[in-house]
Design a protein around this ligand. Structure first.
Ligand SMILES: C[S@@+](CC[C@H](N)C(=O)[O-])C[C@H]1O[C@@H](n2cnc3c(N)ncnc32)[C@H](O)[C@@H]1O
Length: 254
């Protein structure tokens, strides 16, 4: 699939739409997904925030970026974030966490709780950015939300901040945006060589409309080398088995 050929929902064939529907139904009843949804709601309830649930992009206000290249809002489960945490350096206090396609800000709060110096979310749907900002005000938990920034923008146009960072991507957009993100990473690293991590989360069986070559693009870019994501104990391995978690690092890993 080339960057120009990512199908919009209306361009999917009938069998692809049926496949997508069956995938969504099976995720509704799959005990692993049920467990993750329960953890998601419990996480929110414990912090007085609202990040759980799925939000389609239809009807949301998107001023910058291509709506057709973006995928629906689905938050990252706390258990998944913890699995990525195991792939990253022990001391995160030197690093900025950057979620490209940050939605309602779930990962930004997880990142602040994990000890990142700063967390930045870039989200192109205004309503989701508004919910993220509301969550930061409502948040009742141990992290300092003053270290979190929500940017309303197209991720493909975002310039990385200086210093070591972790870029987080939860299957947010199609290849055309990913190519621009990687070009921005390349020019940022050329101007200022430094340690940059990239974490990518996707389903092993994404719906046909959300399947991309993004992982291949990361690997073909030559910017990053792969780094293992330890899955933890047997319980984690079972619950996280529907997911594909990848970590990469550029520059001198510590
Ligand atoms: C699967 S959700 C991930 C949400 C969040 N990162 C998380 O894991 O909890 C993908 C998000 O990317 C956003 N998105 C898609 N394309 C975008 C773009 N070009 N620029 C900024 N945000 C985008 C969507 O609106 C959606 O909120």
């Amino acid at each position: 699939m080339t960057s120009d050929s990512n199908p919009t929902p209306s361009q999917l064939s009938f069998p692809q739409r049926v496949q997508g529907l069956l995938g969504r139904i099976s995720r509704r009843i799959d005990p692993r997904h049920k467990m993750l949804r329960a953890e998601s709601h419990a996480y929110d309830a414990a912090r007085s925030i609202e990040t759980a649930g799925i939000v389609p992009l239809d009807g949301l206000s998107i001023d910058e970026g291509r709506r057709d290249s973006g995928f629906i809002y689905v938050p990252t489960g706390p258990r998944i974030f913890t699995a990525f945490r195991r792939a990253l350096p022990d001391d995160l206090s030197r690093y900025t966490f950057i979620d490209l396609g940050s939605g309602k800000g779930r990962t930004l709060i997880l990142a602040a709780e994990a000890g990142f110096d700063h967390a930045i979310g870039v989200e192109f749907a205004s309503e989701l950015t508004a919910v993220a900002n509301r969550n930061l005000r409502a948040y009742d938990g141990p992290a300092d939300t003053g270290r979190i920034t929500c940017v309303a923008a197209d991720a493909g146009a975002y310039t990385l901040p200086p210093g070591p960072s972790v870029i987080y991507l939860h299957n947010p957009f199609a290849e055309d945006v990913m190519e621009r993100v990687l070009a921005n990473v390349r020019s940022s690293l050329d101007a200022d060589p430094r340690e940059i991590w990239l974490c990518y989360l996707q389903l092993r069986n994404e719906d046909p409309g959300d399947e991309t070559r993004n992982i291949e693009l990361v690997e073909e870019s030559g910017l990053f080398r792969p780094s293992p994501v330890p899955r933890g104990g047997i319980r984690d391995r079972v619950i996280l088995s529907p997911f594909d978690l990848r970590a990469y690092v550029a520059g001198p890993a510590t």
